[in-house]
Design a protein around this ligand. Structure first.
Ligand SMILES: [Zn+2]
Length: 214
């Protein structure tokens, strides 16, 4: 079972992309898969070229297979203009290094869609932890985004529970993020909601993964 986005660096049976939030945390372990990016929550009030250069050097490493989480969050302290500059950098890196993006988005879906479109991004863009309404899900699907669902699926009346039901199965990923829930429990719940058995979901997500991380 592939876990596309996790902050918990414990070994698992399947594949897991472990997300690194600051490059000082970048682990030396071999055999793990990483994503690295500048999360909007942790941006410093000043942007320095040096910070970008340091991040870029880590992003270029072979075991960093995706860029992120990065994105836009209109509820956090970092100014929108600065967030856009930083996200543009990540869009540029995605193309330069041929690595998909794992995107954090809060109340900024229009801007994310517009910026990815304007950058003419060829790499896969995965909105992680999707838990929003059907209308936004439809817009994202139409614009070619992948959506990844996590522990919100385990709640009874979450938006995620509704949104997963309209997902084209070839655009779907599942994740644990920072929750204690196991990836198995999330696959099981996704199976119930999609009326599919776990093996079929597992196989399909493997296909989705191989396609974008070729
Ligand atoms: Zn996360």
């Amino acid at each position: 079972m592939i876990d596309i986005h996790s902050h918990i660096k414990l070994p698992v049976k399947g594949k897991k992309i472990f997300n690194v939030l600051t490059i000082d945390d970048f682990p030396k372990e071999k055999g793990l898969l990483f994503s690295v990016g500048m999360h909007p929550w942790y941006l410093q009030p000043q942007l320095w070229n040096n910070d970008f250069n340091e991040f870029e050097a880590v992003i270029a490493k072979d075991n960093v297979i995706a860029i992120g989480e990065c994105g836009l969050d209109w509820t956090t302290v970092a100014k929108p203009d600065m967030q856009k500059i930083v996200f543009s950098k990540h869009l540029h890196w995605a193309e330069k290094y041929n690595k998909p993006l794992i995107i954090h988005c809060v109340k900024a879906y229009n801007e994310i869609i517009a910026m990815c479109k304007k950058a003419n991004i060829k790499q896969a863009c995965i909105i992680h932890g999707y838990n929003n309404n059907l209308k936004i899900a439809e817009q994202l699907i139409k614009a070619g985004f992948y959506l990844s669902f996590g522990a919100a699926l385990l709640e009874n009346n979450s938006n995620a529970v509704q949104a997963i039901k309209i997902m084209p199965i070839d655009k779907l990923f599942l994740e644990t993020d920072d929750s204690d829930a196991s990836i198995e429990s999330i696959y099981e719940r996704a199976g119930e909601l999609l009326n599919m058995n776990i093996e079929d979901i597992d196989r399909q997500i493997e296909i989705n993964f191989d396609l974008i991380f070729k």
